[in-house]
Write a protein that binds this ligand. Structure first.
Ligand code: PXG
Length: 460
């Protein structure tokens, strides 16, 4: 049988072939080739095994996406059954199919009632590409074609395709050919680093008011929308102060600017609510979704639209010249249906809110509140960040925090846990099916990694 997914070669052999053919994401390929990547071969629940038989507890749900963990037979059998029935069809040329219809009915039953329509994509980046075109088209239909500037935030992340990169606020990505016109940015609401003497509440309002200033600078008649992650994910799992979102919402409404939430990481139960904007208590006009929509088992993303936007596009818009070959792909849709049903019917999202989420946060506080290296613990649900601090009272960060956090991540791998480092923050976002004992293991192994990091600089 032709089964390349059953590993048959030794690790070095795989690594050499990998180096011969791949440019990996966000790293120095030459340095990786010298080191050799880990070859992951199998997954079950939160566990991953590499080609040498080492087990790792995956504290990151892959890339924030495997809500149901690895090895779910209901998802794989949904894919197989749909492939047998109708492996491919599309939504061009006056056609549709049951899988995508079932998905949308289910999705909108889980969303607040003021959302009604979706445009499906293959990824989060594409969802944000589609967002820009859809928002601009919306304003055209309303007779305001000059409203086309999108405002994003520095250190926001919205994907790696061209327009998604531009929406995001990663300057190093912009500098590598990643900018387009009609995009602007405001500062991120990262109180720990940038708050200075302000209280979190004051700082949150100050950051939100930057949006108002930017809109006035550009002219409200030119601004189409503001895009932000409810909490920053790739930028370091940063929660805005509580004062932030209400003020942002007020400003968007006052100036007739669409509020676009990027729920690619926050969506599908991560915070204990179905969507992160519900946790933070605001009402976006659009939602970009991906990742947890299918638990990462198959690529799928989408752009969710409020009734107001959908009504304008449908009733008044005529042809919207937009479409992707794989929009609403039946196999992806079938997996998404199985995934959403499991999250709902097994009470997984509810358990994150009532039980496992509070349990993880409590464990982290017990382990790290008094830790000499950790200045702040942020999180909710199955989501958390540990901030390294050189001096806790003044919130002073280590000059070499990036190296320190990377070292901690490497110790984590040695201890058998996968956690993510960003600047001076260690991040975890385990699968939503995590049991209490799996969370015990996650925090215990993370503590070993953080302790080793502290010892390496004489802090313990
Ligand atoms: N929006 C947000 C908020 C994201 O986090 C995307 C859009 C793009 O999605 P796609 O499916 O095109 O990758 C993302 C992706 C990390 C990490 O290490 C985060 C992402 C991707 C890869 C790594 O934090 N987020």
């Amino acid at each position: 049988m032709n089964a390349p997914f059953i590993p048959q070669r030794n690790t070095q052999d795989y690594q050499q072939a990998d180096a011969a053919h791949h440019i990996h994401a966000f790293l120095d390929q030459k340095a990786l080739n010298a080191e050799g990547p880990r070859v992951m071969v199998r997954g079950e629940r939160l566990n991953l095994w590499d080609n040498d038989g080492n087990r790792y507890l995956d504290g990151m749900s892959g890339l924030w996406c495997t809500q149901l963990g690895y090895g779910r037979k209901d998802l794989t059998s949904a894919a197989a059954a749909q492939m047998d029935q109708l492996a491919y069809y599309n939504m061009f040329f006056h056609t549709t199919h049951p899988a995508v219809i079932e998905l949308s009915e289910l999705l909108f039953s889980l969303l607040p009632g003021h959302y009604s329509h979706a445009i499906y994509t293959n990824s989060g980046s594409e969802a944000n590409e589609v967002l820009i075109r859809t928002v601009r088209r919306y304003w055209q239909v309303l007779g305001k074609p000059q409203k086309k500037v999108m405002i994003g935030r520095w250190n926001g992340y919205h994907g790696s395709t061209l327009a998604a990169t531009a929406l995001g606020g990663m300057k190093f990505m912009h500098e590598m050919g990643g900018m387009i016109p009609d995009i602007a940015h405001i500062d991120e609401p990262y109180w720990y680093t940038n708050g200075g003497e302000l209280t979190p509440a004051e700082f949150g309002r100050r950051c939100a008011l930057q949006l108002e200033e930017k809109i006035l600078e550009l002219g409200a008649d030119n601004v189409a929308g503001f895009i932000a992650e409810p909490f920053q994910g790739a930028g370091g799992m940063i929660f805005p102060p509580e004062s932030y979102w209400p003020e942002i919402q007020r400003i968007c409404r006052q100036y007739n600017v669409l509020l676009c939430a990027d729920e690619v990481i926050g969506g599908f139960g991560r915070t204990g609510e179905w969507f992160a904007h519900q946790h933070f208590g605001f009402e976006p006009d659009t939602l970009s979704i991906a990742k947890g929509l299918t638990s990462g088992y198959i690529p799928m993303g989408g752009l969710v639209l409020s009734k107001r936007i959908a009504e304008a596009l449908v009733e008044r818009g005529g042809v919207f010249a937009h479409g992707l070959t794989y929009s609403g792909h039946p196999v992806a849709a079938a997996v998404a249906v199985a995934n959403l049903k499991a999250l709902r019917d097994e009470g997984i999202v509810r358990r994150v809110k009532d039980d496992t989420g509070p349990y993880l946060q409590q464990l982290l506080h017990e382990a790290f509140a008094a830790h000499p290296l950790i200045g702040e613990i942020q999180g909710t649900g199955l989501l958390a960040a540990l901030q390294f601090a050189e001096d806790k009272p003044t919130r002073k960060r280590f000059a070499h925090e990036n190296d320190l956090a990377w070292q901690c991540r490497t110790y984590g791998f040695e201890e058998g846990v996968i956690i993510r480092s960003t600047l001076g923050r260690m991040i975890m976002a385990p699968a939503l099916i995590a049991s209490r004992s799996e969370l015990d293991e996650l925090v215990e192994k993370t503590r070993l990694a953080v302790d080793r990091t502290a010892r390496s600089i004489g802090r313990l």
